[in-house]
Write a protein that binds this ligand. Sequence first.
Ligand SMILES: *Cc1c(COP(=O)(O)O)cnc(C)c1O
Length: 477
Amino acid sequence: MSSPASPPDVRQRLRALPSVERLAQALARSLAADAAPAGHTPAEQRAAAREAIARLRAELRQQPTTEATPADLLARGLDLARQRLAARPGLIPVINATGVILHTNLGRAPLAKAALDALLAVGQGYSNLEYDLSAGERSRRDRHSEAHWQALLGCEAALVVNNCAAAVWLVLDTLARGQTALISRGELVEIGGGFRIPDIMAKSGVRLCEVGTTNRTRLSDYEAALANAPDVRLIVRVHPSNFRLLGFTERPSLAALAALARQHNLLLFEDVGSGLLADLAGCGLDDEPSPARSLAEGTDVVTFSADKLLGGPQAGIIAGRQALIARIRQNPLLRVLRADKLTYAALEATLRLYRTGQTDAIPVLAMIRQSPADLDRRARRLARSIRRQIPPGSATVTLEAGQSVIGGGCAPHVQLPTTLICLSPRHLAAEELAARLRCGTPPIVARIVRNNVVGDPRTVLPAQERDLVAGIVRSLA
Ligand SMILES: *Cc1c(COP(=O)(O)O)cnc(C)c1O
C-alpha cells in the first residue's frame, strides 16, 4: 500500500501537469501527423485535452507516490486525449488486424472497388431508382438486381430488403401469418444481435410448432407434427450458421423436406444466412449451404444476407417462386424494410463481378482464398518494415503460425492457416499498446494473445499496409 502523501507533495506533483492549452497544442500536432486526419474540430480537441488533464489530476491524487516527469505526464495526457477523441461517436474507417474476415462489429464485408465506383456514380447525382427509362414512366425499385439473381440462382424472382433479419420476417409475415410453421428444435437458433428465430416467428404472427429434438430430427417427426398441428402452412429450415452440433445428430435432407411439403401442399422456406455464391472449394466451406443449391433441391423461398460470404453491402435477399415473391411485393411492410439506392448500386456492381467471373475482385473472397504462402510473405515483409522503423529496443517483433476465421456467424468450425505478426512491447503493457493502436488514425484493431499484440495480415487490405506499419511505429514511439 502506498502511504498517503502530504499535501505539499501532491501540490508539487500536480505542478508537473501540462496545461490544457499545452496538451491541446501537442494533441493538434500529433493529430496532424496522422496518415488520415479524422477532422476533429479545435473545440473537440480542447475538450479532449481538458478531460485528459482532469483524469491525470485524479490519477495523481490517487497515486501520489508515482514518480512522473512532465514529459511522462504530457505523453500520458496525449494518450488519454486521443482515447477521448476515439470514444466520440461517428463512423470512421478502421484497420481490421484481427483475422476475423466478416467482423460484424467492424462492418462485415469490405466492398469491391467496382461497388465503390457504383456508389459514387449513383450517389453523386440522380439515378433511375424508380424510373423506367425505356417507357419514360414510374417504375419500382424492387425490380433492380432481379435479373442478376435469376441468372446467379436460377430463381424465378427475387427481392432486396434492408437485411436478412428483415427478409425472414417479411417471408413469415406474408406467407404464414396466423398459421402454423414447423421447425426443427435443432434450428431454433439465436443468430446474434438479438435475432432469435422463435422471437421473429412470434413477431410475424406465425404459430411455431417445434419438431424433433435438439440433436436429431427425422422426417417422421415432421409427419407426426403434420398429423397433430392445426393449419400448418410452412416448413421452415434455418441454417444454424454460428454453431455446429457434433456427434449423434440427424436431420432430413432438404430434398426430402421438399417432397414432404409438396405432398401436403405446404411451402418450404429456408433461411440460408450467409449467401455463398462463389466456389470456395478447398477453403473448408464444403458444408456451407448455398441459396442456389437450396432452390435446386426444392425450396420455395430462400433468404440470405448480402454482406456475409457474398461480400456485398448490407442487404437481405428473398429469392424463389414468382407467385410467392409477388405476394411479398404486395406486403405493405416492404416499404418499411426497403433498401436504398446506394445499397442497390453496390449490390448490382458486386453481382456483376460474379457474373463476369471476377470474384477475386471481391475482398471477402480474396481474403478467404489468400494462400498460406502469400500470407507468410506479407507477414514477413510487414514485420521487417516494422522492425526497421520502431525505436530500437521498444518491442520485439516475431512471426507465429496462427488461424484466421470467417466470422459474422458463418462457418465457426473453419480455421484458415495464416502467419501472425506478434508485437511484444518492452516498456508498455500489451493492453496499453492495443489501446494506442485503437485510438490512432486510422484506428487499428488487433488481438491480444499471451501478452503480445497480435496482427493477422489476412484482413488487412493491401492498401492499408502502409498505415498499419505507420500506426504501429507511432504507438511505440
Ligand atoms: C446472419 C444471419 C441472419 C441475419 O442476417 P442479417 O443480414 O445480419 O440481418 C439470419 N439468418 C441466418 C441463418 C444468418 O446466418
